[in-house]
Design a binder for this molecule. Sequence first.
Ligand code: ADP
Ligand code: MG
Length: 263
Amino acid sequence: APSTQAHEVFADATQMMGKSAEVMIDVTGVDKFFGDFQALKNINMKVGKQEVVVVIGPSGSGKSTLIRCINRLEKHDHGQIVVDGVELGDDIRNIQEIRRETGMVFQSFNLFPHLTVLDNITLAPRQVRKIPKAEAEATAMELLERVKIPDQARKYPGQLSGGQQQRVAIARSLAMRPKVMLFDEPTSALDPEMIKEVLDTMKDLAEEGMTMICVTHEMGFAREVADRVVFMADGQVVEVGTPEHFFENPQEERTQLFLSQIL
Ligand code: ADP
Ligand code: MG
């Protein structure tokens, strides 16, 4: 078994490994309870600007809860979360600012079925950022070019494949010009042939310098794109390292077991 000392070193997710020394997301001592059940236990994690962190771990380990706390879809009970210098506390202005700057993409695409692709993408910029319609639509078309489906602009979500819908969801998030993108198993609901097109879009984003936390079991993506991988289990960060570390030399028994099941 690994020594206590090694465990402490590897269980700390505060050592950033991105291209920048500046901190974008700073999570300190965060606990989260659902009633008596503790879903997050003393999470410490920093994400640098332009860093890509992939979070892996068994179902129920707290991955979704962690990223949902970062944009206040869930409220943490103890500890501190700071996004780009803004603390996520009870101040509603701070919460709104962080939500505006934090894009989130879910397993289920959550598009509005009664709106066209274009209207899905322009809705929030027009209503929240008060961007004029023509300008919002021009930006939306640029984003659809970026996710490689400009020809789908006038269609409704139900007329698109799952992979196309997820790329619309990504474009919709980008329309708010976020500083951070949070992905929660974005390819888990997709047929295998559509997974690559979504991962490619995410890879493009990473290469353009977006700060990202991605919950995903796509280890090929982790290997190619992640600066760091964080392994969670039972509401804790168990092990942190480069993708190479996880593929070649995972230290903790729980990590080894998990990887042996998914690889
Ligand atoms: P993961 O994303 O790693 O699968 P989650 O963060 O969704 O895990 O869940 C962590 C734990 O918290 C699970 O045991 C789950 O059942 C519990 N949990 C998540 N959301 C709620 C909730 N709204 N109410 C009660 N328990 C919850
Ligand atoms: Mg989850």
